[in-house]
Design a protein around this ligand. Structure first.
Ligand SMILES: C[S@@+](CC[C@H](N)C(=O)[O-])C[C@H]1O[C@@H](n2cnc3c(N)ncnc32)[C@H](O)[C@@H]1O
Length: 244
């Protein structure tokens, strides 16, 4: 299958069938390639890919930026992730089964932590930023791409029906970039270097869901929600910070 998009030259170099075989949510390489513009990833850095799923982004990090990658995930068995990553010839990625609150790493071990479409499952608790940045060196970078609404549910008064029908109350975790900026800055644990809503977020997500539907031969569960939305609310928040 062909799945390329202007603005993602690195991702366009990856076989679409391989990316689609790793499907767990919106195109992870588009999200990471966009987020990486707000990060400085240099060869040899130690990077934690938190909530790495089948490891699509872990392979990309190792190949595109030459970093050493630890891929930590809860739902996907490390053997499955290792095999998915190996298909790209990405060497040296360490896959670990781990829960985001009990990570098996040394404090201040990583130069960077990235989290693509996973932070919404565990990162909204007020005390989590302190826990996760404990694994970063001083000056280490933290990058998150997470589903977002263009307005806070609290301000809307309710979860829009077309979103509620598909994801229910979980959309409460889909905060605006401004919400995240405040939440992180107030701690004084990090300097926030980027907190933006992805302009192409809805369109990218829609294109991905259509591709997943074609690949799987069944209509992707998110398509009704995305088509009804028309970009009014749904996108991604791109967040980057450095540990103080
Ligand atoms: C939507 S998937 C995205 C996976 C991958 N980052 C990607 O974009 O393809 C969310 C991932 O978050 C991980 N996750 C959810 N809760 C977690 C937790 N408490 N600890 C560690 N990982 C968690 C799941 O295992 C899952 O692989």
């Amino acid at each position: 299958m062909e799945l390329k998009r202007d603005g993602y030259p690195r991702s366009n170099g990856y076989d679409a069938d391989w990316v689609l075989a790793g499907d767990m949510g919106p195109h992870p390489l588009w999200l990471l390639e966009d987020l990486a513009q707000d990060l400085e990833l240099r060869p040899g850095m130690r990077v934690l890919d938190l909530g790495s799923g089948k490891g699509t982004t872990s392979a990309f990090l190792a190949k595109e930026y030459g970093v050493q990658v630890w891929a930590a995930d809860l739902w996907i068995d490390p053997t499955e992730a290792t095999s998915h990553i190996a298909a790209q010839g990405a060497d040296g990625v360490v896959t670990v089964k781990a829960e985001a609150h009990t990570l098996p790493f040394a404090r201040e071990f990583f130069d960077a932590i990235v989290c693509i479409d996973a932070y919404e499952y565990f990162g909204t608790a007020d005390n989590y930023l302190s826990y996760i940045t404990g694994f970063l060196k001083l000056g280490g970078q933290f990058g998150v791409a997470t589903p977002a609404l263009r307005k806070e549910v609290r301000d809307l008064g309710s979860i829009p029906d077309h979103i509620k029908k598909v994801v229910g109350w979980e959309a409460l975790a889909w905060h605006t970039a401004d919400w995240w900026r405040f939440q992180w800055e107030i701690t004084e644990l990090v300097d926030v270097t980027a907190a933006r809503l992805q302009e192409s977020g809805w369109e990218d997500w829609l294109m991905w869901s259509r591709a997943v539907s074609e690949y799987a031969g069944t209509r992707d569960g998110s398509l009704d929600m995305l088509e009804a939305d028309q970009g009014e609310y749904l996108t991604f928040a791109m967040l980057a910070a450095r540990k103080r």
